[in-house]
Design a binder for this molecule. Structure first.
Ligand SMILES: [Fe+2]
Length: 171
């Protein structure tokens, strides 16, 4: 059984994950419209991942015999400046989600809720990996640059990353 405060915090996190999913979906559609097919594929996969995170939070609440609430989702941004700018926003988004998860970990510690603390560790690890991945992409974008065929190369790189991850998931 989890506390009322923990139930509220986990439901709120489900809403954060749903919002992240919408932001990624909006980014993916923008990229698609600009002709960045690789980036669109990469961001679409991220959107699906975030939706799955939302479901995992809701499922955990139900499994603890508490009341899960499917969240309303605020409208994400629809306009983006450039592909490199989007990848910067990805890092910011993941860092902000990580902070929110850390706050729930703090709550679990304060409440001596060891079960929830333990369950949250998968998300702590996932956020750490998401942050590393976003930083790596930004580093590679800095190396490739946006001159000449730079944006084309960046799009190709993201498409390849999406493809590799899809293959990993199949294994
Ligand atoms: Fe997430």
């Amino acid at each position: 059984m989890i506390s009322e405060q923990m139930t509220i915090a986990l439901n709120k996190q489900a809403a954060e994950e749903a919002y992240a999913s919408s932001v990624y979906l909006s980014m993916a559609l923008w990229c698609d419209a600009q002709g960045y097919e690789g980036a669109a594929r990469y961001l679409m996969a991220s959107s699906e991942e975030e939706r799955e995170h939302m479901q995992r939070f809701l499922q955990y609440i139900v499994d603890q015999d508490s009341a899960a609430r499917v969240p309303a989702v605020a409208e994400p941004p629809h306009e983006f400046n450039s592909l490199p700018e989007i990848m910067k926003q990805v890092l910011e988004l993941e860092m902000s989600v990580a902070n929110k998860i850390h706050a729930i970990v703090d709550l679990a510690i304060a409440e001596k809720d060891h079960a929830t603390w333990n369950w949250l560790q998968d998300f702590v690890a996932e956020q750490r990996e998401a942050e590393i991945k976003a930083r790596n992409i930004l580093d590679r974008i800095a190396v490739i640059g946006t001159q000449a065929t730079g944006l084309y190369e960046i799009d190709k790189m993201l498409g390849k990353m999406a493809e590799e991850e899809e293959e990993e998931d199949e294994d």
